[in-house]
Design a protein around this ligand. Sequence first.
Ligand SMILES: Cc1cc2nc3c(=O)[nH]c(=O)nc-3n(C[C@H](O)[C@H](O)[C@H](O)COP(=O)(O)OP(=O)(O)OC[C@H]3O[C@@H](n4cnc5c(N)ncnc54)[C@H](O)[C@@H]3O)c2cc1C
Length: 395
Amino acid sequence: MTLPRFPSVYLTDEHEALRNSAAAFVDREIRPHADEYETAGEFPRELYRTAGDAGFLGVRYQERWGGSGLDFLSTCVLCEELVKGDSVGTAVGLLAQSEFALSALADEANDELKETWLAPAIRGELIGAIGVSEPGAGSDVASMTTRAHRDGSDYVISGQKTYITNGTRADFITLAVRTGGPGPRGISLVVFPTDTKGFQVGRRLDKLGARASDTGELFFDECRIPASNLVGDEGRGMHYILSHFGGERLVIAAFAVGIMERLIELGIEHAHERHAFGSSLLGFQTWRHRFAEMATRLEATRALTYQAARLLSDGDPSGDMAVSMAKLHAAAAVQSVAAEVLQLHGGYGQIEESPIPRYYRDVAGFSIGAGTSEIMREIISRSLVQTVQKKKETR
Ligand SMILES: Cc1cc2nc3c(=O)[nH]c(=O)nc-3n(C[C@H](O)[C@H](O)[C@H](O)COP(=O)(O)OP(=O)(O)OC[C@H]3O[C@@H](n4cnc5c(N)ncnc54)[C@H](O)[C@@H]3O)c2cc1C
């Protein structure tokens, strides 16, 4: 079954065409292989190429570099569909490339870097990762210590990154390094080719959910890269990271929308078929009401997410607050829906031959990756306080 959707005030025929082509891609390339990818702990490298050929790795980027020149709502629609293939990890791996690793390059890098790294990555010929988090610096990005010192026409990089999606097989990393003193103004972004001498992938981290995406520890020992691999201006890295976090957070919120839709559909089918005490589960008011709650959470999340996508596309200053609200709400909503649908399935909800336990695990990290829910509350509350202060000042 397919859940009914309200007519959208945000989506156009172009978005719906993208949705149909993403759904067909999922039916063909992801769902039939989901078990295999999840067990292997990665999906085949060729899938980046197939996704690139389908135009899914550069929806928002300029046509000049092979992108489709669309908006953040297109990213939302794509994410919603990709995640319905019962392998959230596969969607995470593809989006970690197209949105997380590439967005700062698309907006801030010079044409030479775009030609060398962005365009082939949009085609799916290269795999990219974003390298920001470190063992001692997660939420507190500005305390990162991986250092790049200038030596002639090179940067020499030493340090460590962790939890890096696509990290064990990336061809390049959009890497945050410290080129200056302590604090946010000492951080820069560089494109780091992973065939650089002194670079090593450490442990491949075994994790709770999104198991088809690889997550790695990375080590840099006196790695020499050309200084021309600097993205934008030196010392502006933290600004670039913060201004592109919006896209990452939107991806997680849109994933949540797609997963809720899939779980509610699976749930209604099960509740219709499963009988107890002479009635289908759908015959019990408690379950009908719980579906009503779940559908309401889904639509509230969708509305917040599309609104945030529109504001981000428009470059509206309230975009950051809106996307933080969307992600905060989405993570809690999808976790509650996953728990409800697991409960509805009874014992079968815990058996790995159904996708339910997998989705339950996959969404646990939605309140952590791309900024935790505590950090989302921090951003929202800061924006609220600033707005109130500004109003007081203008009185
Ligand atoms: C599967 C996975 C994939 C990831 N992929 C990538 C990637 O590709 N690239 C990358 O750079 N990073 C990646 N990350 C890292 C991710 O961004 C961080 O895990 C996240 O930002 C949280 O950082 P942390 O794990 O160090 O937790 P910490 O920052 O140590 O936080 C621990 C707890 O303290 C809370 N906390 C921290 N500060 C505050 C505060 N000011 N007020 C209240 N509470 C606070 C947090 O909310 C959290 O609950 C990934 C992580 C995971 C798990």
